[in-house]
Design a protein. Structure first.
Length: 114
């Protein structure tokens, strides 16, 4: 499985997980620039949520959340503020991360308000 295929599969698993936990998905894979793509934009009750999804085959080279670097976080914020300018009706927002490990068994972790 290629990294792109694994990433897309992880994003689908994350979206399904979030929906099961009460999220409404508004958009997926929203590109703001060549440096910024938000994996999932959704609503958690009255809060707009920007979700970064990281998927790993296993933890041999680190846990998924370690891939959310300071630079990646800054790019997410750039997309977030662009989205808010385009959609000023949203007043409450946050950034979440979903980490997925596929082996030895499927593990999905959700960190809110990173």
């Amino acid at each position: 499985m290629s990294n792109i295929t694994r990433g897309r599969a992880g994003e689908k698993l994350a979206a399904d997980y979030l929906i099961k936990h009460g999220f409404k998905i508004l958009e997926t894979n929203r590109r703001f620039s060549r440096f910024c793509e938000i994996d999932i934009i959704g609503m958690d009750k009255d809060t707009l949520v920007f979700v970064e999804v990281k998927t790993r085959k296993n933890n041999k080279s680190g846990i998924p959340f370690e891939a959310v670097t300071k630079t990646k976080y800054e790019h997410i914020k750039t997309g977030l503020f662009t989205y808010l300018r385009e959609n000023p009706q949203y007043k409450k927002y946050r950034i979440d991360a979903v980490g997925i490990t596929l082996e030895p068994e499927l593990k999905i972790e959700h960190l809110k308000n990173i």
